[in-house]
Design a protein around this ligand. Structure first.
Ligand code: ARG
Length: 479
């Protein structure tokens, strides 16, 4: 145990609970090799669940008291000592002991130090196998909504951008070739809807997480009359899990969250790819703020979109976490196997990475400037209005396939002459089809192409304003 002076010198709270043998030492005549201990401990990874571990232990102890498995006085003493431990960890008066085997051993060790024999009753009818499943579920139940709140902030920042650019013309692309005119608002809303679904996937996973595993024990529940439902309701769970083997053997809830985070990262990564392309001299649609750009140590002129690149780069790490989790589980016989301890480093890495990427992306996009002239210019020069020539002819009764051919012949003429469709004299257009009249020109301006697409999901400003309103309602509902 550290002295107060040592702790104060390190600017940290006192370390307690570190003078215990491992929770399982009784059967062993010999203590473990120091390297073995270093290899198997998980405290550096699971210490972030200290508050959750304590909350779970409090609910469990209170239930033990109400069920008459321990006395009420003992239960009360355990609960109030655990409260004290939580408060001391919070205030910094107590630090997690890095030499504890895991967070469960640490909390139980401090509890026993502070409370004596009664502290040893907290683990009655419980195993670290159901305890870890509980801690993870409790942790995810608050950590995931924290991330979802940041996602909502990002969606609302994107929505503000969209709101200011419902008339800002921008070429839409397929195959990275100019395709049809849209608006910046429409494009940005496309990103937002992807994020809305990411938010929904996380919520879906949370629904399945919200069942209490406590009472599953090591694998075969408990012979003691535990009141699992009481623990579940004290901890705000919707109910309890139904099979003790399943409860301690699966980590599908971690995998689901990491899968949802992987998809979120895929989305951020492709937005970043567009931002990287858009900030090139060749495109110049976006100008990232200097606060969210970096320079070059050799080329004095450089302003690089490193943050977008880092988000794109870190996406692979999150996919790696998902693959690690899936691979961890795939060969495990029921029930608990120690392989499962490895779930947390992957899960937390995926979580931390996604959280920081969402946050940084929000700052980066929220402080960027948009070059509306360059975006508008992208709509001309690539015959992006050719489909609208065909649609014009369709409105005059021509079958679409024929109209497609007529518009293509106009495009061929433009390519020969090095001009745009709207630059062709009426006589040349009429040579392509006599159905073309002078009113065609008004139908094929970029603005007209956009506002003609006035159906649900289309880029017409009126439609995009509806999208923006729906996204705003989503943000309000989820903030
Ligand atoms: N640290 C372990 C984990 O994260 C807790 C459960 C340990 N159980 C055991 N039987 N060794 O999975």
């Amino acid at each position: 145990m550290n002295t107060d002076t040592e702790s104060a010198a390190r600017g940290k709270g006192a370390i307690e609970g570190g003078n215990h043998a491992a929770l399982w030492h009784g059967r062993f005549a010999e203590g473990p090799d120091a390297q073995a201990v270093a290899f198997e401990t998980s405290i550096h990874v699971d210490e972030r669940m200290a508050a959750d571990d304590i909350a779970g232990s409090k609910a469990h102890a209170a239930m033990l008291g109400s069920a008459g498995i321990i006395s009420r006085a003992e239960a009360d003493a355990i609960v109030s000592t655990l409260d004290g431990i939580a408060a001391d960890l919070n205030s910094g008066a107590l630090s997690v002991d890095p030499s504890a085997e895991d967070i469960h051993s640490f909390v139980e060790g401090v509890l026993t130090d502070r409370l004596g024999e009664t502290g040893k009753k907290v683990h009655t009818g419980r195993s670290r196998n159901d305890q870890i499943a509980l801690d993870e579920r409790l942790y995810l139940r608050h950590a995931v909504p924290d991330l979802q709140r940041r996602l909502v902030t990002l969606i609302s920042v994107l929505n503000d951008i969209a709101g200011s650019h419902t008339e800002t013309l921008l070429s839409g692309y397929t195959h990275l070739q100019r395709a049809q005119p849209v608006t910046l608002a429409h494009h940005v809303c496309a990103w937002s809807w992807m994020l809305v679904r990411d938010h929904g996937r996380l919520s879906d996973a949370l629904k399945r997480i919200n069942l209490s595993p406590l009472g599953a024990g090591a694998l075969a529940a408990s012979g003691l009359p535990l009141d699992r439902e009481a623990v579940a309701s004290a901890l705000g769970f919707e109910g309890v899990t139904q099979n003790s083997l399943d409860t301690v053997a699966d980590r599908d809830y971690c995998i689901e969250i990491t899968a949802a985070l992987s998809l979120l990262m895929a989305h951020l990564s492709r937005f970043c790819e567009e931002i990287i392309i858009w900030s090139t001299e060749e495109f110049k649609f976006i100008d990232l703020s200097e606060k969210w750009s970096t320079g070059s140590s050799i080329m004095p002129q450089k302003k690089n979109p490193d943050f977008a690149e880092l988000i794109r780069g870190r996406t692979g790490k999150v996919y790696g976490d998902l693959i690690a989790l899936l691979t961890m589980i795939k060969g495990l016989p029921l029930a608990y196997n120690r392989d499962m301890q490895e779930d947390k480093s992957s899960l937390f890495d995926a979580y931390d990475t996604a959280l920081s990427c969402v946050t940084v992306f929000t700052h980066m996009i929220g402080t960027a400037r948009w070059n509306t002239e360059r975006m508008a210019a992208s709509c001309t020069g690539g015959h992006a209005n050719a489909t609208d020539v065909a649609d014009y002819l369709v409105r005059k009764g021509m079958p679409f396939r024929t109209a497609h051919g007529v518009a293509a012949s106009a495009v061929r003429l433009c390519i020969e002459r090095g001009c745009n469709i709207e630059d062709l004299p009426l006589a040349d257009l009429q040579a392509c089809s006599p159905l073309i009249e002078a009113d065609l020109y008004a139908c094929i301006t970029s603005e007209a192409c956009v506002s003609a697409r006035d159906i649900t999901g289309g880029p017409a400003p009126a439609q995009v304003k509806r999208q923006i309103a729906a996204l705003r309602a989503f943000c309000v509902e989820h903030s």
